[in-house]
Design a protein around this ligand. Structure first.
Ligand code: ADP
Length: 187
């Protein structure tokens, strides 16, 4: 299985990605996690992206595309992978397509976790209040990430809808509810 999981910040995408990847024994490839680790470790990449992550903006396409290319060429991705947080722009989706054709690893499933915007805003507020410990999880930065999603990532969903097709899964309910729905569409 070579899956792309799409959805707005606050949709529970990261949580579902971890469950899904472990259920299918495939690596969970999260560009957000890779970038946050680079930032924490203070690598040259981390220093380059630190202020971008803190603002909730997107890291330049060429940087994340190179990062992902390297990751997909690692051996564990031979048995499949789950992409979480990539692609986030149409040029990233186009680059991913070219890359996967080249590697003979075309996508098998594109899944969108759909959650209405008013609910996302409410979730962001309560997350910001409780504090996840993630430096980009303040209410202000989370709102910025949601705005960036509508502007740059919603068009990616359209792009896939017109080409490969997107499986839409309702993101409301408990973690288990959503996991069950995703499991069902992968049967
Ligand atoms: P979320 O919790 O919104 O799913 P992620 O953990 O996927 O967030 O990503 C956190 C941050 O890392 C993003 O706000 C962005 O700055 C950066 N990032 C992650 N993936 C990408 C990408 N594909 N393109 C550009 N920036 C990215």
């Amino acid at each position: 299985m070579r899956i792309v999981l799409l959805g707005p910040p606050g949709a529970g995408k990261g949580t579902q990605a971890v469950l899904l990847a472990s259920a299918h024994g495939i690596p969970h490839v999260s560009t957000g996690e890779m970038l946050r680790k680079a930032d924490k470790d203070g690598t040259p990449l981390g220093l380059q992206v630190r202020s971008i992550l803190a603002r909730g903006d997107l890291v330049p396409d060429e940087v994340v595309i190179a990062l992902l290319r390297e990751r997909l060429q690692q051996q564990d991705c031979d048995r499949g992978f789950l992409l979480d947080g990539f692609p986030r722009t149409v040029p990233q989706a186009q680059a991913l397509n070219r890359m996967l054709v080249e590697l003979h690893k075309e996508l098998t499933h594109i899944i969108e976790i759909a959650v209405p915007e008013d609910i996302l805003i409410a979730r962001i507020r309560s997350r910001g209040a409780s504090g996840s410990g993630r430096s980009d999880d303040t209410e202000e930065v989370a709102s910025k990430r949601l705005k960036v999603f509508w502007e740059q990532t919603a068009p990616v969903i359209e792009y896939y809808r017109k080409s490969q097709g997107v499986i839409e899964v309702d993101g409301l309910g408990t973690i288990d509810d959503v996991a069950t729905r995703i499991g069902a569409v992968l049967q």
